[in-house]
Design a binder for this molecule. Sequence first.
Ligand code: GTP
Ligand code: MG
Length: 218
Amino acid sequence: MEEELAYKIIVIGSVSVGKSNITSRFCDNAYYPDIVPTIGMDFKYTTCATLDKTPKSVRLQVWDTSGQDQFVSLTTAFYRNCQGALLCFDLTNRTSFEDLDTWFELLEKHCVVLPPLLLVGCKLDLVQNEVEEDNCEGNIIGSNRQIARSEGDGWARRHGCLCYIETSAKENLNVSFAFQQLATYVANSTTLTASSQNVKQPSHRLKDNREKQEKKCC
Ligand SMILES: Nc1nc2c(ncn2[C@@H]2O[C@H](COP(=O)(O)OP(=O)(O)OP(=O)(O)O)[C@@H](O)[C@H]2O)c(=O)[nH]1
Ligand SMILES: [Mg+2]
């Protein structure tokens, strides 16, 4: 059977941060509060419009991975030829933010070319309507929020991410925007050829191009 031509996007991050729900919100416009943990990985195809002045329609194959340690050797095998990655953490869970360095190292280790990365703070609805005060040391007072927006921005800049975006799959906030930001960058820097296995990666290593990426951060 012929493989469908699509840009391959992986969604990674620690257990329960909300990877499956942002994927199902984006691909099926569905939210599953009682979703079971992902076993290994799952993928979905979808089509979205880029955010260019003249939008293009692009086909994406979104790989939703498990955050469980026991599946890491399985899931990292699929990092290799991805064209973009959403790196997710839970805005109410400090440990999931601290884990980002480990996920980033896994990407560096398993990708021949580090893919364009977008940092996603999930479960925005749980922190959105609360009084928040960032005391400039990264401590949040009076909120479920455990990671200040400025910390997310800082991590994204230091690691050459295209963008840091806070989302809620539950309330459908910014989810499509996050995928579209990544898809737009990928579609404008990567060529799909006859076989998706032959997808040309962007010719630069993102790691060597941090300065440029930092300026693009939204
Ligand atoms: N309030 C709120 N809860 C969410 C949101 N996204 C996910 N959750 C909840 O968080 C839990 C985990 O969500 P999943 O989407 O399964 O998380 P995951 O990252 O795919 O987890 P693993 O597959 O185990 O790695 C579920 O109980 C969801 O209902 C969100 O946007 N808002
Ligand atoms: Mg999952």
